[in-house]
Ligand binder design. Structure first.
Ligand SMILES: [Zn+2]
Ligand SMILES: [Zn+2]
Length: 113
């Protein structure tokens, strides 16, 4: 389950932010999952408490939001919503579309004390 390593990554980011921004505890973490990232919300919820145990985010609330996939067409230059990494441009049908949003998971918001 790659979600566990993603969560370990999140924990490391939180720990380094805690040092540079001077907070001691995280009470809520909002993670944004891109629709194209193949990260499973269920698996994240399942792993969160375990991975955060013993860290500054132990017992923190987890909020998950979704970001839709957006592609930028190489031919017409327009952006459109895409459901998979291989969708063609919705405007002109060109198959060469670069993903500009939705391929990753990121930390969107933190509540710290
Ligand atoms: Zn997975
Ligand atoms: Zn296009």
């Amino acid at each position: 389950m790659h979600e566990l390593s993603l969560l370990e990554n999140v924990r490391e980011i939180l720990e380094s932010h805690a040092q540079s921004q001077n907070f001691a505890k995280v009470t809520r973490v909002t993670l944004e999952i891109g629709k194209l990232s193949c990260v499973e919300p269920e698996a994240l919820r399942f792993g969160f408490d375990v991975v955060m145990q013993g860290s500054l985010a132990e017992g923190a609330e987890l909020v998950i939001t979704e970001a839709s996939g957006i592609g930028l067409c190489r031919q017409c230059g327009r952006q459109s919503v895409i459901e998979t990494l291989y969708d063609p441009c919705a405007e002109c049908g060109c198959p060469y579309v670069d993903v500009v949003q939705g391929a990753e998971m990121k930390i969107k918001d933190l509540i710290v004390i």
